[in-house]
Design a protein around this ligand. Structure first.
Ligand SMILES: NC(=O)c1ccc[n+]([C@@H]2O[C@H](COP(=O)([O-])OP(=O)(O)OC[C@H]3O[C@@H](n4cnc5c(N)ncnc54)[C@H](O)[C@@H]3O)[C@@H](O)[C@H]2O)c1
Length: 446
């Protein structure tokens, strides 16, 4: 055991080093993906700093506070170096990453021009797509196959070909939000899922086909969107079987980030909340896709979860049982990627007296999401190299990044950002054989 402020067992650090090239396969080369790729290249060339990325800028305290030992996370755990990342991906449009980034209009023209020679070398592979699952899109750069099994095999072939050019591979979904799908019998086991692929089961969306191909190839899969993709028993089984980590879904970027910071503060002070109204305007392609009620439903479900779990109304009925939580997303083209979010929060304090809080977040969606996508890629690759983590299936310690964390069956997901961060850092300490930090700290007063 460690000192009183620390706790936990010492383990030998046995994580394999990050030698060679890390291949990153991105599904969907839209606003988020191109902003991530352009940003990584800008950092590599010394044109920008990786702001917003915990893996690149964050530190981790080791030992007692008096030891003053806080290395950078990337110097403590063996993460892939940004110079060793090789990107590829799929999209339903043929635009290369330069053209797609210019279309997304997140980054300034001059910045993109500086990066153009590199960005235009990344050309998307033809995608697995069916408009039934994303009503507002109609792509042209699409794979044809005799059934969903055949399409999965084609994605596996793409992965196998890419594997020949790099040392390790990770896949991340940065594609559009699919319609709301509830798990059915086909999702309950790998056998049922494979039969479903053969029979073109309607409950198997394209995102599931990519994920199935990745996990079958032993490739970790992260999901930046709220679709039902790896959060069902068949995928968790496949993930464990093939030591291919999965994690929760839907990047936690703007409004939900704020929610999972503010709600724990109210609960910590035992302040009640009677209403939380959240509305957004955004004008990018994501906004257009979410304008379809079925894609919006997928997003809404993902956004709604956090407050219920944080407030635990069953434990605090006087404070949170009657909370009215409403979320709106409005497609408003003039704003492009520069989303604006408003929250009106009705709270109450001592003797029930009401108060209000207004939050107005003028954010940039893809600027917030890009470093999250990068961190997920790097940490999923780390998990794959950790003998302790790689066969666990769900990487709950990555909940920090996601609106809908995934957890073991019967275990409620943790949404509080600060608990999530503690869990993430303690997981890193644990896999590296360092003492965990519990923040008890009585020994300083002996
Ligand atoms: N930006 C954020 O803050 C944020 C936060 C949470 C989640 N997300 C999610 O991330 C995803 C990406 O967001 P974005 O702003 O980059 O959207 P986007 O519309 O700019 O990009 C999505 C890309 O995916 C492509 N695509 C769609 N279906 C595909 C398929 N089956 N295969 C391959 N490509 C496909 C589209 O052609 C498009 O280029 C969305 O689902 C969004 O909801 C974004």
């Amino acid at each position: 055991m460690g000192t009183e402020e620390q706790g936990g067992q010492k383990q030998a650090g046995t994580v394999a080093p990050a030698t060679g090239k890390l291949g990153v396969m991105v599904v969907g080369l839209g606003a988020v993906a191109t902003t991530m790729i352009a940003g990584v290249e800008a950092v590599r060339r010394g044109l920008a700093k990786p702001i917003g990325s915990l893996t690149q800028m964050g530190t981790i305290r080791l030992g007692k506070r008096t030891e003053n030992k806080s290395p950078k996370i990337k110097d403590f755990v063996p993460l892939a170096d940004l110079n060793d990342i090789v990107f590829t991906g799929w999209d339903i449009f043929e635009d290369n990453v330069y053209e797609a980034a210019a279309h997304a209009a997140v980054l300034e023209k001059e910045t993109l021009l500086q990066l153009k020679p590199y960005l235009e070398t990344i050309k998307p592979l033809p995608a697995v797509f069916d408009q039934y699952y994303v009503k507002r899109l109609n792509g042209t750069h699409i794979k044809a196959g005799k059934n969903k099994r055949d399409l999965a095999e084609q994605v596996r072939a793409d992965i196998q070909a890419f594997k020949k050019t790099v040392d390790r591979v990770v896949m991340i979904w940065c594609a559009s939000t699919e319609i709301f799908i509830e798990p059915t019998a086909v999702h309950q086991s790998v056998e049922a899922f494979e039969k479903g692929l053969e029979e073109n089961d309607i409950a198997i969306a394209p995102s599931q086909i990519y994920a199935y191909a990745a996990l079958t190839e032993g490739v970790p899969f992260a999901n930046g969107a709220p679709n039902l993709t790896v959060d069902f028993p068949a995928m968790v089984e496949l993930s464990k079987r093939n030591a291919a980590p999965v994690c929760g879904k839907d990047f936690k970027t703007g409004q939900t980030l704020m929610k999972t910071v503010l709600a724990p503060a109210f609960k910590a002070r035992m302040l009640g909340v009677s209403g939380w109204f959240s509305t957004n305007i955004l004008g990018n392609r994501d906004g257009e896709v979410l304008d379809d009620p079925q894609s919006f439903k997928t997003k809404e479900e993902s956004k709604l979860g956090s407050l219920d779990y944080i407030f635990q109304p069953e434990l605090y009925p006087d404070l949170y049982k009657d909370l009215y939580h409403k979320i709106r997303i409005n497609y408003y083209p003039p704003r492009g990627d520069e989303k604006e979010a408003w929250d009106n929060i009705d709270i109450f304090g001592w003797m029930g007296y009401p108060m209000q809080i207004k939050v107005n977040f003028l954010c940039r969606d893809s600027i917030l999401a890009a470093p999250i996508a990068l961190d997920l890629v790097l940490f999923m690759d780390l998990a794959k190299r950790s003998p302790e983590l790689r066969s666990k299936g769900i990487q709950e310690w990555l909940s920090f990044y996601l609106k809908s964390p995934q957890s073991a069956p019967g275990l409620y997901p943790e949404h509080d950002l600060f608990i999530q961060l503690m869990k993430l850092k303690n997981t890193l300490r644990h896999i590296m054989g360092s003492d965990l930090i519990t923040h008890l700290g009585l020994e300083y007063y002996d």
